[in-house]
Design a binder for this molecule. Structure first.
Ligand code: PMP
Length: 397
């Protein structure tokens, strides 16, 4: 399905047809995204927002159209709520720094979960060092779901934010955002959702979710690297100080006093990656044209088939419910790195290691896994290739 849209998929690796199963790390790019960006560099390029000249205005228009595309994709109320960042990591750092400064002080609490990516842990630890906040952690159950009972007991009068992932990049768990957000709001606690692994697989509507902040990365949803999004409710963003200072984010500047630009520009210091904004918008259009529901159905079929086939392999251990495009596994005593390296020699790209989720690895009592992650262009035949290759490696050990 759609494979011809992705030029890289025809590559051969060590003489084998590439089987790309590292989509949770980054997805491949359709030609339409590459063409849109090439066209902008070839025909439009000029710095945005500042110029009176034709090209600058055209580039600005493209960037603001991209913002509107993101707004529509997320179902946000206004483009004031759509901030372009370098990716999920920067989006979360922005909230940690700025929300932290505005709303959190010594002994205030944030709730995270045991299945967070490092990018939703470390920014809060940096804030903890600066502001002496307290980090509380919601545990997971043995089958890889959030323990909602335990979560409900973590809220106190000092809880200022709940920050959790929508989909685990290791376990493929899809967290029940509605229930989590309702629970937090019952305690008057806003919620930040890390949608890095959700956006490419699950339709998101920030207004019906009533989520307060939501972050995702362009490169995981068929868009370019170096661009991502922070959605934030306008009422909160208005009260938050800038994250970085520089051009673009100011109103007037003197050495005595500086005023800040309106939303969303207050949070976009410096020259943005406006060409990547165009690329991201084209990627979202691409996904929307195919339909996220259709993509989800295709990936569900693939993952179900893959789990069934992988379970045929003796000594196979699969971690977590693997619901959204991600399957983490280990085979017997074979080290994940050895398995990944040998699969690579057969042209199969999987990821190995802790997947930037070391606390989760500690919880699971392992050092790492092999992770196969799927996208709209993967096929059942590729699953068969993966399974045959694992069998071949297993027999070598
Ligand atoms: N959160 C999750 C759940 C992720 O899987 C990732 C990427 N592996 C990130 C955050 C960080 O995304 P980025 O590196 O694009 O900022």
């Amino acid at each position: 399905m759609f494979r011809q849209d992705f030029p890289i998929l025809s590559r051969k690796i060590y003489g084998h047809q590439l089987v790309y199963l590292d989509n949770a790390a980054t997805t491949q790019k359709p030609r339409t995204v590459i063409d849109a960006m090439t066209d902008e560099y070839l025909n439009v390029n000029a710095n945005v927002h500042r110029g009176v000249h034709y090209l600058s205005q055209q580039a600005t228009e493209l960037m603001e159209q991209a913002r509107e595309t993101v707004r529509a994709f997320l179902g946000a109320r206004s483009t004031s709520e759509i901030i372009f960042t370098r990716g999920t990591t920067e989006s979360i750092n922005l909230v940690a720094a700025s929300f932290g400064q505005a709303f959190m002080s010594e002994c205030d609490e944030i709730i995270l979960t045991e299945m967070e990516h490092h990018s939703n842990i470390v920014p809060w630890q940096l804030l903890r060092t600066r502001a002496r906040i307290i980090i509380k952690v919601c545990p997971i159950t043995d089958d890889g779901h959030l323990d909602l009972e335990a979560l409900s007991r973590l809220f106190t009068s000092r809880t200022r934010l709940l920050a959790c992932t929508a989909v685990s990049n290791v376990l493929g768990t899809v967290n029940p955002l509605d229930a989590i957000i309702n629970m937090a709001h019952d305690h008057d606690v806003p919620v930040l959702v890390d949608a890095a692994q959700a956006a490419p697989h699950i339709p998101i509507d920030v207004q019906s979710l009533d989520v307060d902040f939501l972050a995702f990365s362009g490169h995981k949803i068929y868009g370019p690297t170096g661009i991502g999004v922070l959605y934030g409710k306008e009422a909160l963003l208005q009260q938050m100080p800038p994250f970085m200072g520089g051009g673009e984010m100011i109103g007037r500047v003197s050495f005595e006093h500086t005023t800040f630009n309106e939303l969303p520009y207050k949070f976009e210091a410096g020259t943005p990656d406006y060409v990547a904004c165009t690329g991201l918008a084209r990627a979202l259009d691409y996904v929307t044209d195919i339909g996220l529901d259709n993509i989800a159905a295709h990936e569900h079929d693939l993952v179900t088939y893959a789990i069934q086939r992988l379970r045929e392999i003796p000594d196979m251990r699969i971690f977590g419910p693997s619901t959204a495009g991600v399957i983490s596994f280990l085979v017997g005593n074979i080290h994940h790195l050895d398995l990944g390296t040998l699969l690579d020699r057969l042209g199969i790209a999987v990821r190995t290691g802790h997947h930037c989720a070391e606390p989760l690895m500690h919880r699971l009592g392992i050092e790492g896994t092999v992770r196969a992650s799927f996208a709209l262009y993967n096929t059942r035949a590729e699953v068969d290739t993966l399974v045959a290759a694992i069998e071949r490696v297993r027999k070598m050990f």
